[in-house]
Ligand binder design. Structure first.
Ligand SMILES: Cc1cc2nc3c(=O)[nH]c(=O)nc-3n(C[C@H](O)[C@H](O)[C@H](O)COP(=O)(O)OP(=O)(O)OC[C@H]3O[C@@H](n4cnc5c(N)ncnc54)[C@H](O)[C@@H]3O)c2cc1C
Length: 390
């Protein structure tokens, strides 16, 4: 791995630590986990020991408080080793921990954050429903007042970590039935998964990220105390969207790690495979392909790190987050597809690593906001800027 001169010594050390872990603990197992579709929760305390489950949390809650760039540098390397473990780490760090940190009571923070930072309590995030994906504000699951607490009913779809999690950040309607206040009628709740009425449903059989857990969950008269509500009862959607901005950078880092792995495999293979009496890397047509793959990986990294630096400077930039997610994910799909071509027929076989990377890359264009939604966000900001200039 080449030293990245744009990183500080500390960031470079974290990068090397994450790469070592990925190389020793994840790479040797990733193909088997994918084949068996097994989620491996035993990895979580190991990630916790390295500090990777609380990288964005302040030290008073057991975190390392290393900032967004350092976190993404580590996540990129974890994704290089196994993209499923990376999404587990990404969702946990970017969504539930951040929502609790920003909006929960001090009591809730003390209850959950130190255990989450150690990797002993795993978090999940449940916004999407069968009828509410890109249009998440149209969700239907509901919380009704019950004395000073709440009763939840409804269903959520495709919850990453949902079966293994200890707590789920859940977005549900809090407006009165028929009131339909859209995004302004949604609350966010911390739901411990051992609460009676919390049910785990179908585990998805996925194209990629097969060893990450994606499940449906249901709430059946699930009763919560008043302390489970985050902040204002009608601000949950805003809290969720603001966390997704950081989440999109996490997906960018995950995509980048996948692309980086595919590029390395392609470079190694092209140096070894001979046709027409010479290594295929010596054919200019193939060398140009490798050069284009490397260039797009580097461009993705430049965008990701720039967005992360803006975040760390206290100026998170929604447009940069969307551009990063869009560009890194589309790069990952393109680079992994090209890597299959470099491997030829072997690339299409499960005996070689690149077809899995291609499968893992695809979903980075879909979750935490599809590419189309990222383009909408980016285009909207262009016109907002124009209007502000007038
Ligand atoms: C593996 C996996 C894990 C996931 N994990 C989670 C999780 O942990 N928590 C969670 O809450 N959700 C999760 N999701 C859900 C994910 O966020 C949604 O799939 C995503 O937001 C898209 O919603 P949808 O699938 O309903 O697609 P739809 O919203 O139905 O979109 C279908 C197509 O229409 C396009 N489209 C929709 N609206 C527009 C528009 N306005 N303009 C242009 N095009 C549009 C989309 O881009 C897409 O191409 C996960 C999904 C997957 C696949």
């Amino acid at each position: 791995m080449r030293r990245d001169l744009t990183l500080s010594d500390e960031q470079e050390q974290v990068r090397e630590l994450a790469r070592e872990f990925a190389k020793n603990e994840l790479r040797p197992r990733t193909a088997e986990w994918d084949r068996k579709q097994e989620f491996h929760s035993e990895v979580l305390p190991l990630l916790g020991e390295l500090g990777f489950m609380g990288m964005l949390l302040p030290e008073e809650y057991g975190g390392l408080d290393l900032g967004m760039l350092t976190y993404l540098v580590a996540l990129e390397q974890i994704a290089w080793g196994d993209a499923s473990v990376a999404i587990t780490m990404s969702v946990h760090n970017s969504l539930p921990t951040q929502m609790i940190l920003k909006y929960a009571s001090e009591e809730q923070k003390r209850k959950w954050l130190p255990a989450m930072a150690r990797g002993e309590a795993l978090g999940a995030f449940a916004l999407s429903e069968a009828g509410a994906g890109s249009d998440a504000a149209s969700l239907k699951a509901r919380a009704e007042r019950d004395g000073d607490g709440w009763v939840l009913n409804g269903e959520k779809l495709w919850v990453t970590n949902g079966g293994a999690a200890d707590l789920v950040l859940v977005m549900v309607r809090t407006d009165a039935p028929g009131e339909r206040r859209g995004p302004r009628g949604i609350g966010a709740f911390v739901v411990p998964t051992d609460t009676p009425g919390y049910q785990v449903g179908k585990k998805e059989d996925k194209t990629g990220l097969r060893s990450s857990e994606t499940v449906a969950i249901a709430f059946n008269d699930l009763r919560l105390g008043p302390e489970s509500l985050l902040g204002q009862p009608d601000h949950g959607f805003i809290y969720a969207l603001s966390s997704l901005e950081g989440g999109r950078l996490g997906v960018g880092a995950q995509a980048l790690g996948i692309a980086e792995a595919a590029l390395e495999h392609a470079v190694d293979y092209a140096g070894e495979r001979e046709q027409f009496g010479q290594p295929i890397k010596d054919f200019q047509g193939l060398a140009f392909k490798l050069a284009d793959m490397a260039t797009r990986v580097e461009a993705s990294r430049g965008l990701l790190y720039r967005a992360a630096r803006a975040w760390d400077a206290g100026q998170p930039d929604m447009r940069l987050s969307s551009m990063t997610k869009l560009y890194c994910s589309e790069t990952a799909l393109w680079v992994t597809g090209q890597a299959i071509n470099v491997f030829g027929g072997y690339g299409f076989m499960k005996d070689y690593p690149v077809e899995k990377l291609f499968r893992d890359a695809k979903v980075t264009e879909i979750y935490e906001g599809t590419s189309e939604i990222q383009r909408l966000v980016i285009a909207r900001t262009l016109y907002q800027e124009k209007a502000a200039e007038v």
